[in-house]
Write a protein that binds this ligand. Structure first.
Ligand code: C2O
Ligand code: CU
Length: 501
């Protein structure tokens, strides 16, 4: 090669380096997260309509409107401190062996020595008080009440509503058990690791009027499904388990999916009704048979199983293990997974929505995608929200009382179980097809690749609330945004000892 050519090559090399590497270096640098930051500073405000204070006379005003709500710290958003507790529980978190029975143990975390931790039961209207003591979970821990619309200070998100409880520390949670139904609790510190390793349990709120759940234990069974180190368990036990019931008995099975992916549930040998979704009763659920129910990550489904009168029993299939229901000796045969699914969009009887969904105060888009880039300096293929990568995601801004519409769409090549804290949203439509069944209220909703859901909710629980994917590794990969009420502030910081995901 002639010297001139070599120079030209060198020049091209230098220019290419400048053109390719410099922007990459900038992108890399730009993606790095500060050591600690307030969740309120995350991303960019998205008002979904009018900016607070933009009009002088309306109910919602802001900076220059004169009657903006005063700044409120998340700490102040708590139930009255002087009301005595009705249900008091202490949960001691430890690192160690989780006993799966039959001599089998896995390395993980326990609450009061077991995982799942103790089932917490309350009656509607009671005040629940849980003291979390962290004896030995090295990364610190918290408790989040998944699906319970607790006051914000009690939400248990490390770095947002509290500091992670360090080894030797404790934290008290207090909330009213106002919502009847099936819920669960789990750590929201390093949740992608701590939930998988066992810091979780079931929470059930029974109606105050003494319906069967309250006084007939044979009529009510929790089936909390969790994968420990690749072993699928129901209530912490691998293999089939049994719930003894008289022939012909009707049993409410409360299925809780605590894993990262959707689970298909069906009943072998008996008809059933889907009584509740994410804790909320379905209106006039029809009896079905040979159909599956999809329970997405974090979601719950209450099934009312009608056991056969001949004593042959029924099996609730839970993705491997089953819950057998019937007399001691009953051994019902499993049936393969039905191809048909209950579609909550059209199941049950419609009822008018409790607020005017046609006149929203704010309209948001939560568009999930995926593209290559840097997440906190790490190159990869990362999730995006409205085109931006964490933390450049929208901060959905609302004022107390707003009616909110949100369209969640997904074009990312993978499904996402989306979970909004502190609120239940009503599903209005899927892929543009309006809901025609019972009002379908969710806190955890599987949004499949290529799908879009229209949701509506009322902003009636002031605070700073996560809205994230409950496939928890996805959340740790940045599939997280927040809903923020006007004027709410937080003294806590994400980063350092606080890693909510
Ligand atoms: Cu069940 Cu933000 O979590
Ligand atoms: Cu996801």
């Amino acid at each position: 090669m002639r010297p001139r050519g070599r120079h030209a090559t060198l020049l091209v090399g230098v220019v290419l380096t400048a053109v390719v590497v410099a922007p990459l270096a900038w992108l890399w640098q730009d993606s790095r997260l500060p050591a600690a930051y307030a969740a309120t500073d995350m991303g960019y405000p998205d008002h979904g309509g009018e900016v607070f204070g933009a009009h002088a006379s309306g109910g919602h005003t802001g900076e220059d409107g004169g009657d903006a709500p005063p700044a409120r710290s998340v700490d102040t958003l708590a139930p009255p401190a002087d009301r005595p507790a009705d249900v008091e529980v202490t949960l001691v978190a430890r690192a160690g062996q989780v006993d799966l029975g039959g001599g089998r143990t896995v390395d993980g975390y326990t609450l009061n020595g077991t995982s799942p931790g103790p089932e917490i039961r309350a009656v509607q209207g009671q005040l629940v008080e849980v003291r979390l003591v962290n004896e030995s979970v090295p990364g610190g821990a918290t408790l989040h009440w998944h699906g319970v619309d607790v006051p914000n200070a009690m939400d248990g998100v490390a770095g947002v509503t509290q500091d992670a409880v360090p080894v030797g520390g404790e934290h008290v949670y207090r909330f009213m058990a106002d919502q009847v139904g099936t819920y669960w609790y789990h750590s929201h510190q390093l949740s992608h690791e701590q939930v998988r390793r066992g810091l979780l349990g079931a929470l059930v709120v029974e109606p105050a009027d003494g319906t069967p759940a309250a006084d007939d234990p044979s009529g009510d069974a929790v089936a909390l499904v969790h994968l420990y180190d690749g072993v699928r368990t129901v209530n912490g036990r691998p293999g089939d388990s049994r719930h003894v019931a008289e022939p012909g008995a009707t049993v409410r099975v409360r299925v809780v999916n605590t894993d990262n992916g959707p689970m298909s549930v069906w009943v072998s040998g008996a008809p059933f009704r889907l009584l509740a979704v994410d804790g909320t009763d379905v209106s006039q659920p029809a009896t079905v048979r040979d159909v599956a129910v999809e329970v997405t990550a974090g979601a719950r489904a209450d099934l009312e199983v009608q056991t056969p009168a001949d004593g042959s029993g029924a099996r609730v299939e839970l993705g491997g293990p089953a819950l057998l229901i019937g007399p001691e000796q009953a051994d019902p045969a499993p049936v393969p997974r039905p191809s048909e699914q209950v579609d909550p969009l059209s199941y049950g009887r419609p009822a008018p929505p409790p607020f005017d969904v046609a006149a929203p105060d704010r309209t948001f888009e939560y568009r999930i995608g995926r593209r290559p880039g840097f997440l906190d300096g790490r190159p990869g293929l990362w999730w995006t929200v409205n085109g931006g990568m964490y933390p450049d995601v929208p901060m959905f801004m609302v004022a107390d009382g707003d009616v909110v519409r949100m369209t969640v769409s997904n074009d990312s090549g993978d499904g996402h179980p989306m979970h909004l804290h502190g609120h239940h949203a009503l599903v209005l439509a899927r892929d543009g097809v309006p809901a025609t069944g019972s009002p379908w209220w969710v806190d955890s909703l599987e949004v499949g690749d290529g799908e879009s859901y229209d949701l509506a909710f009322v902003a009636d629980n002031p605070g700073l609330w996560m809205d994230h994917c409950h496939n928890l590794p996805h959340a740790a990969e940045g599939l997280v945004a927040h809903l923020m009420y006007e004027g709410v502030t937080t003294p806590y910081r994400i980063g350092g000892a606080n890693e909510p995901e």
